[in-house]
Design a protein around this ligand. Structure first.
Ligand code: TRP
Length: 451
């Protein structure tokens, strides 16, 4: 058996887990969902989901992973032999999720290249940016090659091993991302006419809320916090005995939420300022939102292509620390359960990812007519993982940790065997037993039109 990796530094647990959580979910997915689902009202429901579902579940996943020191499948099974299915479920979700995630990651890579070579500055109006993006996204080869490139980059970082690859990478680049985001948010708020955007993003209009909106907000909370598929379980298996799970979980949740919020502050004021959205109209966003708004923001800056290149580079990094964490779920599973050497486990996952990502990418162009439930593969993978698989995974985890595991389990993990205060443990257990399952079920039933 190969020696098991570990994260060394004290800060590392937070930065690595935050690296997984902060990604395209915050910068790409959150703003376009918020735009489509009522802006401020979506934000409020999203925050409630983070608080009521996200925090207890991230603690639950950390506890499962750190106590067993195993990846998703092995961890649940070691704790109870009937519950290994949660892990398998996670591996399935990881595949589908990465299918579209790699495609969007590829787009960011493409936009980085177009910034460096200056092509992105050839356009000026939002319509031109929209058209340029449409052309790019529906082409056959280019997006495919960029998605494949992204898969290979992820592969090679993972091949460097847990400590040298994942840890070192996150520690340097995550802090840089926060700084640049902040600078951009300030710039965006200072753009002329930004007030409408801020109002749209921050003022809740609950008339725009439907059962579907609530489902999307819940899915987004799971997606953004990387919970519901054993990803945080797998990462926590590399934490050491002294890692404070409560503090780490809270810090990760706060950082992640802060980044999503800041992305909103960057994108909405700018979108209204340059006229992509218009006051009084319901904005139409879609997955292309950031690929239109961001270039338009850069256009208004001196040295526009330099800013643009830096920014897309950072999104690439944010996406990469997330793809690594999902890829690792699959690789750790093959490595531990099938006794395949890490190196080969990594290659097998990579080949699998090539297949799903290719399907998702082509479904926006040549395979556009090939639809399931009216959705392209791209949309299907996105919708099914976030709104179905992750919440079901979270539901099972909360039932497992809340009802199946004895009380001492959470006690032990959240207090590091009594070395930290355990005051909050009964509250967490109550949330996992009652609040989380009931909320997830209620949202499911509601969106199916049953209640
Ligand atoms: N949270 C990441 C993002 O927002 C994506 C991600 C990484 C993820 N690992 C995950 C989503 C595990 C669900 C489950 O971009």
């Amino acid at each position: 058996m190969e020696k098991r990796g570990n994260f060394a530094g004290k800060l590392s647990a937070v930065l690595v887990a935050a690296g997984s959580a902060v990604g395209l979910g915050n910068i790409w997915r959150f703003p376009s969902l918020a735009a489509d689902n009522g802006g401020g009202a979506f934000l409020v429901i999203y925050l409630l989901c983070v608080l009521l579902l996200g925090v207890p579940l991230i603690w639950a996943e950390f506890s499962v992973g750190r106590s067993t020191q195993l990846g998703a499948v092995g961890a649940y099974r070691k704790l109870n032999k009937h519950w290994g299915f949660i892990g398998y479920f996670g591996v399935l979700a990881a595949f589908l999720l990465l299918g579209f995630y790699y495609v969007v990651s590829g787009w960011t890579l493409e936009y980085f290249v177009e910034s460096v070579n200056g092509n992105l500055s050839n356009y000026s109006t939002p319509e031109q940016y929209r058209a340029a993006f449409e052309n790019f996204k529906t082409a056959t080869w280019k997006p495919l090659l960029f998605a494949w490139a992204f898969i290979l980059i992820t592969h090679f970082v993972i091949a460097q091993g847990v400590q040298k690859g994942i840890e070192k990478f996150s520690n340097i680049l995550m802090p840089l991302l926060f700084v640049i985001l902040l600078v951009m948010a300030i710039h965006s708020v200072l753009m002329p006419g930004s007030g409408e955007g801020l109002k749209f993003f921050l003022k809740p209009d609950f008339s725009a809320i439907s059962g579907r909106t609530v489902l999307m907000a819940m899915g987004q909370a799971f997606f953004s916090l990387s919970i519901g598929m054993g990803c945080m379980v797998t990462y926590a298996s590399y934490f050491n005995r002294d890692t404070n799970l409560k503090a780490t979980g809270l810090q990760v949740t706060m950082l992640d939420t802060l980044v999503a919020f800041t992305a909103g502050i960057i994108i909405f004021p700018a979108a209204f300022s340059v006229g992509i959205f218009n006051a009084g109209e319901a904005p139409m966003a879609g997955p292309e939102l950031i690929f239109i708004t961001l270039p338009a923001i850069f256009n208004s800056l001196p040295l526009s292509m330099l800013w643009s290149a830096i920014f897309f580079l950072l999104i690439i990094v944010a996406a990469l620390t997330s793809t690594i964490s999902i890829h690792e779920v699959v690789a750790a599973y093959l490595n531990e359960e099938w006794q395949i050497k890490r190196r080969w486990a990594n290659w097998i996952s990579t080949v699998g990812m090539f297949v799903v990502a290719t399907l998702a990418s082509l479904s926006l162009g040549v395979l556009n007519d090939c639809r399931i439930f009216g959705l392209t593969f791209f949309d299907l993978f996105d919708y099914v993982t976030a709104n179905l698989l992750l919440p079901v995974g979270g539901l099972c985890t909360s039932i497992f940790v809340g009802w199946v595991m004895e009380k001492a389990f959470l006690d032990r993990e959240l207090t590091n065997e009594g070395r930290l205060s355990g005051k909050i443990v009964p509250v967490v257990r109550f949330m996992l037993r009652w609040i989380c399952p009931l909320i997830v079920l209620a949202i499911f039933l509601d969106s199916l039109g049953i209640i």
